[in-house]
Design a binder for this molecule. Structure first.
Ligand SMILES: NC(=O)c1ccc[n+]([C@@H]2O[C@H](COP(=O)([O-])OP(=O)(O)OC[C@H]3O[C@@H](n4cnc5c(N)ncnc54)[C@H](OP(=O)(O)O)[C@@H]3O)[C@@H](O)[C@H]2O)c1
Length: 324
């Protein structure tokens, strides 16, 4: 496979390179692109030293099998359609194309069948949505999902490299807010993204629209409160879900235990620090939600892996006919 990664020097781009190795992608050629700032720097794929190149339209004079974008919406909007000159499938991590009706929004374990015979741009969902959609898809099949109320506890790496640097600097005494609206060290911020007219912020809106699109059901209500917390890696979520049918807790546990992409823990719970290099959505504390048509659970995943890089690499492998 001839692959290009755009945004290779970022938190997600670097993880994509690691995931190519870990998920045993049959890479024959790998080109790495970033902005002018880090052009010329070196990154490693296995023991191969690769020079990062500045992204410009000359990149698309080459031929690739897959191009993975992880450089924000602005770059994606400008360059992803151009990149289709060089390859059949572009996988984009940003929000640029997620709402486009013609562009599939894919979590391979849920709706990977959309990739069959598809060429073009594929959108990778938002990190907080991917980890929640995996268990919700299992429960939806069993009981018919109607409504979700979720509160998130999202790590600073979700804001990219700059988020990590801001928290580290504040822990050393800096009062520089970085891109955050308030101090994040020893604090938490109940706003991720810009405010919308209806009182929600953009991250909350994404959790609603993307969950509906992935589960192919516009009627699901998703009411999210997204919160940035001073954790380096790993997003946590407290999820309350309501269903058409009465819930059978034992059946839910059984199906959750065997669902691909999910690590189900019946007797204890997962914290962000427990995640290590797990690529899975960790579900624990599954219990009734106060009446017989509802469930509550605790959900934790690595936002850089499952929430971004791993899902993108799995999309690529699935499209190419490999199961990751
Ligand atoms: N972090 C997460 O948890 C997460 C989860 C899901 C989705 N995403 C999405 O993934 C994307 C990357 O996020 P990240 O966390 O990896 O951010 P990041 O650490 O800030 O990295 C951004 C990357 O984009 C590159 N870039 C910026 N401007 C560019 C340009 N004009 N041309 C080419 N490359 C450019 C940067 O290159 P330089 O080194 O040259 O600056 C860097 O490689 C974003 O769209 C983000 O919304 C992130």
């Amino acid at each position: 496979m001839k692959i290009a990664i755009v945004g290779a020097t970022g938190e997600v781009g670097r993880m994509m390179i690691r995931n190519l190795v870990e998920l045993e992608a049959p890479v024959t050629e790998l080109d790495l692109y970033a902005s002018k700032r880090s052009a010329g720097s070196t990154l490693y794929y296995m023991d191969h030293a690769l020079k990062v190149m500045e992204l410009n339209s000359a990149a698309w004079d080459k031929n690739y099998d897959y191009v993975l974008f992880s450089a924000g919406s602005g770059v994606a909007k400008m360059q992803a359609p151009e990149a289709l000159k060089a390859c059949k499938l572009v996988i984009d991590n940003s929000s640029a194309f997620r709402k486009d009706a013609d562009i599939p929004l894919v979590v391979p374990e849920i709706n990977g069948s959309l990739l069959k015979g598809y060429n073009g741009i594929v959108a990778n969902p938002n990190c907080s949505t991917i980890q929640m959609a995996l268990p919700l898809a299992v429960l939806d099949k069993l009981f018919g999902l109607k409504k979700v109320v979720v509160s998130t506890y999202q790590s600073v790496s979700g804001s990219g490299h700059k988020g990590l640097e801001t928290l580290k600097a504040q822990r050393s005494g800096s009062e520089d807010l970085g891109d955050y609206p308030a101090m994040i060290d020893l604090n938490l911020i109940p706003q991720i993204g810009a405010w919308l007219d209806d009182g929600y912020c953009t991250e909350e809106e994404k959790m609603h629209s993307e969950t509906c699109k992935i589960l192919a059901n516009d009627k699901i209500q998703v009411c999210a409160t997204t919160v940035r917390v001073p954790v380096m890696y790993g997003h946590s979520e407290s999820v309350y879900a309501e269903f058409e049918q009465k819930v059978d807790l034992e059946l839910a546990e059984k199906e959750m235990s065997r669902a691909p992409g999910i690590s189900y823990c019946a007797n204890t719970y997962t914290t962000p620090l427990d995640l290590g290099s797990s690529n899975e959505s960790h579900v624990s504390r599954l219990r009734h939600g106060g009446y017989e048509h509802s469930l509550v659970f605790w959900n934790v995943a690595n936002n850089i892996r499952l929430g971004a890089a791993t899902n993108a690499v799995k999309i690529m492998l699935k499209h190419a006919g490999y199961e990751a």
